[in-house]
Design a binder for this molecule. Structure first.
Ligand SMILES: [Fe+2]
Length: 298
């Protein structure tokens, strides 16, 4: 998978002026911007975002670039990222520790050996996955990852195109991935089996954002969900899931990105699986946002 050309926000001065105007009026990304900021992206910028919906691509990288006066403004970068993310859907970020904040928390948990709170900040790679794979209360269409600063070393973001990989799966694995459903642990209710939901790994969906094959995959959520229902994965099932991961992360379906400060990666959460490399240091700060739709819960 070839890396995308980066979309430079500096090429869209009217958008930058709009963002600066909002900030001057005291509209920050933290709360007020919310869904009111929609509609602010000019047509040329919207066109540059088409890569997110394109099945052959599924992602874009935006670069805030330094403002005319020099120096970075995190407020400006995050408000820009938020406004652009809202072109795709509503904020559905679930942030229990700072309710209302559109980005997930990036705080270090004191006494937790310097590990970051929030699952994206664990140094151990989670494996290729889609976000919100166990949730039925919201659909996450676009995951936004904004780099405040990268890890000292490692921590690259790895993205894999599941739709591209699907057609070349061998017949047995293809059948398994499309037909077999798995119980999923809800990470917000880790010990409560009543929140466990069952989904196939891949199914066709049609919604206001996307029509096509859509993945719900997270190795830990599947393993824990199955265990919580007393149906722990068999060795054969574990091996089959690993074979799927090996296939989908083959070089031709995968890109590895080392995001620079001020860069924003937006990925189509339906068919782009993501992962990260191990990293060192406490300073891998990625602000994450979910855009999508709140769903009726049965
Ligand atoms: Fe994730």
């Amino acid at each position: 998978m070839a890396a995308n050309d980066t979309v430079r926000l500096g090429d869209h001065p009217e958008f930058q002026e709009h963002v600066d105007d909002l900030i001057a009026r005291g509209v920050g990304y933290e709360r007020a911007a919310g869904n009111d900021a929609r509609g602010a992206a000019p047509p040329a910028l919207l066109e540059a975002l088409n890569g997110v919906r394109d099945p052959a691509r599924g992602f874009v990288v935006l670069d805030s670039g330094p403002p005319a006066g020099g120096g970075r403004s995190i407020e400006r970068e995050l408000l820009s990222a938020l406004i652009i993310a809202l072109q795709f859907g509503d904020t559905v970020t679930e942030n229990p520790r700072e309710e209302g904040r559109p980005f997930f928390p990036v705080t270090v948990i004191p006494g937790d050996h310097g590990r970051y709170g929030g699952t994206a900040h664990d140094r151990t790679p989670p494996g290729p996955h889609t976000d919100a794979s166990s949730l039925s209360r919201a659909r996450v269409d676009v995951v936004t990852l904004h780099c405040v600063h990268p890890a000292e070393s490692g921590g690259q973001t790895v993205i894999s195109n599941g739709v591209s990989a699907l057609d070349s799966l061998d017949a047995g694995l293809h059948e398994f991935i499309l037909r077999r459903s798995f119980h999923r642990q809800d990470p917000y209710h880790k010990d409560d089996p009543t929140y466990v939901r069952r989904f196939p790994i891949c199914q066709r969906v049609e919604n206001r954002f996307y029509s096509g094959m859509s993945f719900r995959y997270h190795p830990t959520r599947i393993a824990n969900g199955q265990r919580m229902k007393g149906q722990s994965l068999t060795a054969k099932e574990q091996e089959t899931l690993r074979a799927f991961e090996r296939h989908v992360t083959r070089d031709e379906f995968t890109a590895e990105l080392r995001l620079k400060p001020g860069q924003t990666l937006m990925i189509n959460n339906h068919f782009i699986l993501h992962n990260r490399r191990e990293f060192t240091g406490d300073h891998r700060l990625l602000e994450r946002h979910w855009a999508g739709e709140v769903l009726e819960v049965d």
